[in-house]
Design a protein around this ligand. Structure first.
Ligand code: ADP
Ligand code: ASP
Ligand code: MG
Length: 405
């Protein structure tokens, strides 16, 4: 008998047939004598639909109210999943994030989990029931409903597995596991049997939406080994765990493409100490995540000026722009340019630590494809470039072919 946390994403619960299919799998584990906690997402398209509704009312909806709205998506699925289990004769109880004891900070739309008190979950498991927990949501100590950022049901599952000290954590999705690249874009991508936390974390934060990056961060911190696998078949998936020696033999484990970034450029920023601090502090205070930053000092005539470019999530572009524009009178830069037509292409692998020439090879492939590089950033185990969105998928296939085959 094992305690298992299973998470089913949007496509795995996309309609009532799929929900019944999930219930059958859960019932099999339950009949075997396992204790099962099931975390579900909203049915596919529901969260996007709710965001669209909100934006029809106002382009920048109040974030507390947005959370109130978005949390309803998962609440539909937990009830339907519990009903589907009842129909199979399996006792099951659905719980919202708050009822499951998930306490978060108050940063609406991207709240962080502070702690989990899974008392209700444990009691229900002991009573023999399957517990269905709404993914993606929690509650502040003051009782405000929060959500955990897009893809946040992954985090709910990993955090639940950590809090319950589960024997197994399975993330069920619509692909057979983690691939060397998004199989929808790169048909030759291969499924990986295993991948290290650090590689998974980089791939996820660089656009591989198969796992929410914060959930991987959490798994690494608390040592939660998990498996990503398909809800549509019984194939073994990909195990995500601590790095082993043998993993270093592979230079590039995967390639990812983030099409959800936008670039802001501040033109003619006075070149004096404290300006960058002022800009990025203000963005941080507004909970805008900034990714790549590039600053070029102009060497022309007149007082020293710089151009400052950085990337943010497309979803934060409007907010970031407002923050920046509010600083204009104080800082006196010339103008702000926004570009949404960018893609961030990255290669990731722990083997890069011990191999040279990787960046050169990547840039050569891009040059051969006639793709211009706009920004570059690197870490020990990854190289990222910002390129034109229109060429990004071609570039991804070319880079995948060159490094992985
Ligand atoms: P879920 O709804 O189950 O959370 P997501 O849509 O969030 O599923 O994530 C699964 C999708 O992630 C896949 O359908 C695939 O297109 C995409 N994906 C992107 N990169 C990868 C990758 N490296 N490996 C597997 N899937 C990937
Ligand atoms: N429904 C939420 C989203 O679409 C959370 C999730 O699916 O993990 O982002
Ligand atoms: Mg997801």
């Amino acid at each position: 008998m094992a305690l298992i946390v299973q998470k089913y994403g949007g496509t795995s619960v996309a309609n009532t047939e799929r929900i019944k299919n999930v219930a059958r799998r859960v019932a099999d584990y339950h009949r075997r004598g396992d204790q099962v906690v099931v975390v579900v997402s909203a049915m596919s398209g529901v969260t996007d639909g709710l965001i669209k509704l909100a934006k029809e009312i106002t382009p920048l909806p109040n974030e507390r109210e947005l959370d109130m709205l978005l949390a309803t998506g998962e609440q539909q699925t937990i009830a339907l999943t519990a009903m589907a289990l009842h129909a199979l004769g399996v006792p099951a109880v659905s719980l919202t994030g708050a009822q499951a004891g998930i306490v978060t900070d108050g940063v609406h739309t991207k709240a962080r989990i502070r702690n989990i008190t899974p008392k209700a979950v444990r009691e229900l498991l002991e009573s023999g029931a399957v517990v269905i927990v709404a993914g993606f949501q929690g509650e502040t100590p003051e009782g405000q409903i929060t959500t955990l950022g897009r893809g946040g049901s992954d985090l709910t599952a990993i955090a639940m597995a950590a809090a319950l000290k589960a024997d197994l954590c399975q993330i069920y999705t619509d692909v057979d596991g983690v691939y060397t690249a998004d199989p929808r874009i790169v048909p030759t991508a291969r499924k990986l049997d295993e991948i290290s936390y650090d590689e998974m974390l980089e791939l996820a934060s660089l656009g591989a939406k198969v796992m929410q990056s914060r959930s991987v961060e959490f798994a690494k911190k608390f040592g939660v080994v998990f498996e990503v696998r398909s809800s549509l078949n019984d194939n073994p998936g990909t195990i995500v765990k601590e790095e082993t020696k043998s993993m270093e033999g592979v230079v590039v484990r995967g390639v990812s493409l983030d099409k959800n970034q936008a670039k802001l450029t501040l033109v003619g920023v006075p070149d004096r100490p404290g300006v960058a601090a002022r800009i990025f502090k203000a963005l941080g205070d507004a909970a805008v995540n900034v990714d790549m930053i590039v600053q070029n000092i102009s060497h022309g005539e007149g007082p020293p000026q710089t151009d400052l470019s950085f990337t943010v999530d497309k979803a934060d572009l409007l907010k970031a722009r407002k923050v920046i524009e509010s600083l204009q009178p104080e800082l006196g830069f010339r103008e702000v340019l926004a570009n949404e037509n960018i893609g961030k292409l990255s290669i990731v692998g722990v083997g890069m630590k011990s191999h040279t020439g990787v960046a050169g090879k990547m840039f050569e492939v891009l040059a051969r494809e006639g793709v211009n590089i706009d920004m570059i950033s690197t870490s020990e185990i990854k190289i990222s470039v910002v390129i034109d969105l229109a060429r990004a998928e071609d570039a991804m296939r070319a880079v995948h072919a060159a490094f992985i085959g």
